[in-house]
Design a protein around this ligand. Structure first.
Ligand SMILES: [Zn+2]
Length: 328
């Protein structure tokens, strides 16, 4: 559920900051981006269909009581609600306790966010580039009528990448008032997607086979910005989908709706496609291969008509799952 800077904006930033890149992550509120998938196989490996039992069916309808409804009715403060959702997620709680996420802010004002940025950057980057870095970051957010209208984490910039700078997750004013996310579990799902970005941004990525993604890979040109964007989203959508499938299949919860799940699954496929399309250099190839191994728990097999089929080997299970793309 994420979109980066527009290409033009990215180019502009790249021009201003030679030998640096912008890793700003932007999610349009509610993630209502329709991604049209071309038909055809996306499988990276094939399976003998005989070894697969009947696909899991998902008939997820939202039934549970949700605190988000109280926010929508005006009976619960948005920031209080977000704080409660953070407490419900052990993953988010731990990452905040570890100091990797500095906070989750609902509809911060621009001066407030500027100050927060200054807070996490001070002492981590030189005085000479501090204000410039803050200004560059602030211009990366879509701002309408003086309000930030994106879900994003911050700060994200090559000059601050991988040097243990904590992120803020920023939620725009209408985040809790769209069709997706519609439930408490869906809100947590979005926050956990952003959590993965925060972790990946905090320290260099290290794969089990020893392949790493380090800041110098960007300045040397071994890794491009579009590749890194696709890599980050692949990792975040995978983790989000793993969490959502666990909710649906293991906990058998009805609190992840088909629109949310479908959107997540679609974006996951899309991010893998982008990763493959943007893999060009030898280092990118090494990272891509290590990444595909890491996400082998959920493999897109094919897209027939409107249905996405995945093979998942997770939670001690090995099965196919069919997911419809949903409407949002
Ligand atoms: Zn993202």
């Amino acid at each position: 559920m994420s979109r980066r800077n527009s290409r033009a904006q990215r180019r502009r930033i790249a021009k201003q900051q030679s030998k640096s890149f912008s890793k700003t992550r932007i999610v349009i509120a509610g993630g209502l981006i329709a991604v049209v998938l071309a038909g055809g196989a996306l499988a990276t490996r094939s399976y003998d269909s005989n070894e697969i039992s009947e696909p899991d069916a998902i008939h997820s309808t939202v039934e549970s009581e949700n605190l988000i409804d109280k926010v929508r009715a005006g009976d619960l403060d948005s920031q209080d609600y977000i704080d409660l959702m953070v407490q419900r997620s052990p993953l988010l709680k731990n990452t905040i306790e570890e100091g990797i996420i500095a906070g989750v802010l609902y509809d911060p004002s621009i001066p407030e966010l500027t100050n927060k940025l200054r807070g996490v950057l001070t002492g981590k980057v030189s005085e000479g580039i501090l204000e410039n870095l803050i200004a560059t970051q602030m211009t990366a957010y879509p701002i309408v009528d003086g309000k930030i209208v994106a879900v994003s984490i911050t700060p994200t910039h090559s000059l601050a990448y991988g040097i243990e700078i904590p992120s803020y997750i920023i939620l725009p004013n209408d985040f809790l008032h769209t069709e997706n996310p519609a439930t408490d579990d869906e809100v947590i799902s979005v926050l956990e997607h952003e959590r993965r970005h925060s972790i990946d941004y905090f320290k260099p990525i290290v794969y089990p086979n020893g392949v790493t993604l380090i800041p110098e890979d960007f300045s040397s040109g071994r890794v491009s910005i579009p590749f890194n964007d696709a890599l980050d989203e692949t990792r975040a959508y995978y983790e989000q989908l793993e969490g959502n499938l666990r909710t649906v299949l293991v906990f058998e919860s009805k609190n992840i709706g088909s629109d949310h799940l479908g959107n997540n699954a679609r974006q996951y496929i899309n991010s893998i496609k982008n990763l493959q399309l943007n893999t060009k250099t030898p280092k990118e190839n090494e990272i891509k291969d290590a990444q595909m191994d890491e996400i082998s728990g959920i493999v897109p097999l094919n897209l027939t008509g409107d249905v996405m089929t995945f093979r998942y080997t997770l939670y001690g299970r090995d099965n196919l799952i069919k997911i419809s793309p949903g409407n949002n």
